[in-house]
Design a binder for this molecule. Sequence first.
Ligand code: PEP
Ligand code: MN
Length: 336
Amino acid sequence: MIIIMKPQATEEQIGSLCQDLSRQGMQVQRNAGVDCTVLGVLGDVAKLDPHDFLIQPGVERVMPVSEPFKKANRKFHPTDSVIDCGGVKVGGRKLALFAGPCSVENVEQITDTALKVRASGANILRGGAYKPRTSPYAFQGLKLEGLALLEQAKAITGMPICTEIMSPKLVEEFDRRVDVIQVGARNMQNFDLLTELGQTRKPILLKRGLSATISEWLMSAGYILAGNPNVILCERGIRTFETYTRNTLDLSAVQAVKRLSHLPVIVDPSHATGLNWMVERMSLAAIAAGADGLIIEVHNNPPKALCDGAQSLTPDQYAQLVGKISALAPIVERTL
Ligand code: PEP
Ligand code: MN
């Protein structure tokens, strides 16, 4: 971090700021220029908030020179992280294919959908038991009963299961019963939840918040990474001025995250677009953009779905999509 002092800053102001920084464990290099003094601050600057220095007497400007996220930063972990999700590796050459309904509805729906997506090549079953719904009147999920149905589907198909957590109170329960715990977009900055998940070793699928910058997303990952190295990121579209699609799929974020971070990143074209007919092309685009996998909503009867039917693929549409991914994969040095 660089702190530029005002030309009229007094020696006392500069000295007191340097002392304050040293007390916080920083090394300070003082450079006296013709017009002003410039302080180079070295050390664990991630714990400093640049805004705090702007109100110090004599300070003109503060310029961060390193990223505010640390644990997720590729600089300190140059090789790609590969996360073992109940036997399925996410982050290597092989693409991870999460698929399943938005919400778990009944035993027939979840097992039939699971068997069909598995037959097409999906390797992790998704399904919401606890649903974060914008409307309090909408279906909220089967909760613990939904978890039991997912376990049943896992027993039948052998697929690891991924489901969303909403409360820190349920971390222990999910840790015991689920293979991948999803943190939804609405909870990306639920820091109590993230901290609690950092106490486990369970793979966590951290979705990007509706209006989160890449840097905020990677800082949220840091809360989990404080104790748990198993984090997978998921780009699921961000809120923009465009209303034609449910969200705006930010595929450049995939490339940005791959460059900035060692964590695997997958893409959710279902929530990004909200439109089932866009899912195939956006999935192929995501793989071409370097995603480590996809999470796609598939329902065995979309018109009857209790949640997100309009963006859900039928099992046949999913089979067709996986066929296209398998043709594309070798071009981007991936396998299925
Ligand atoms: C979901 O995956 O069903 C979901 C609610 O996703 P998001 O948090 O991305 O909206
Ligand atoms: Mn959904």
